[in-house]
Write a protein that binds this ligand. Sequence first.
Ligand code: 2DT
Ligand code: MG
Length: 188
Amino acid sequence: MAGRRGALIVLEGVDRAGKTTQGRRLVAALCAAGHRAELLRFPERSTEIGKLLSSYLAKKTELEDHSVHLLFSANRWEQVPLIKAKLSQGVTLVVDRYAFSGVAFTSAKELQLVDAATRGEFGHERYENGTFQERALLCFQQLMSDKTLNWKVVDASKSIEDVHEEIRALSEDVILCAAQRPLGELWK
Ligand code: 2DT
Ligand code: MG
């Protein structure tokens, strides 16, 4: 169909849920099915702001919490012209984390929970520990109570193949729906 817009498909979840793996597979499957689809990720570490965030996440620099929150936000804003252009050209964007991670991870810093034993096996970046991830998960669950945002919950404990198939089928539906609706304001 000429002139139809692409869908914005955001993959959110705690670390190691498989977002990056699934994002890549989804884009490959959508392209193979004849869609135009591309992958984006946040933070986008290649920009100047992204480099500051990358260094902060690697614990090489310290930044004040409010300012780091705004840098994550700015890192999305700097991609908005590209996002809008791609969507209106009919390209579906699969996004590995978006503003919901921004809310969940900043809120998780403020939650006063009893520290659980660390589970190990996380990476070495800031936030990569079990206690912090549990807090972020609680925040994601709160965000999902906003039904206007069209959340779909996928059980990431299934096999890569099963999770992929579920996300692919959901995405096909979303692409069809998006084509019938004008581009709204982005939640960033
Ligand atoms: P990965 O590159 O492994 O996904 O880790 N984060 C991300 C925030 O705190 N705020 C944000 O707005 C975004 C997009 C989540 C990136 C880490 O950065 C956190 C994990
Ligand atoms: Mg990570």
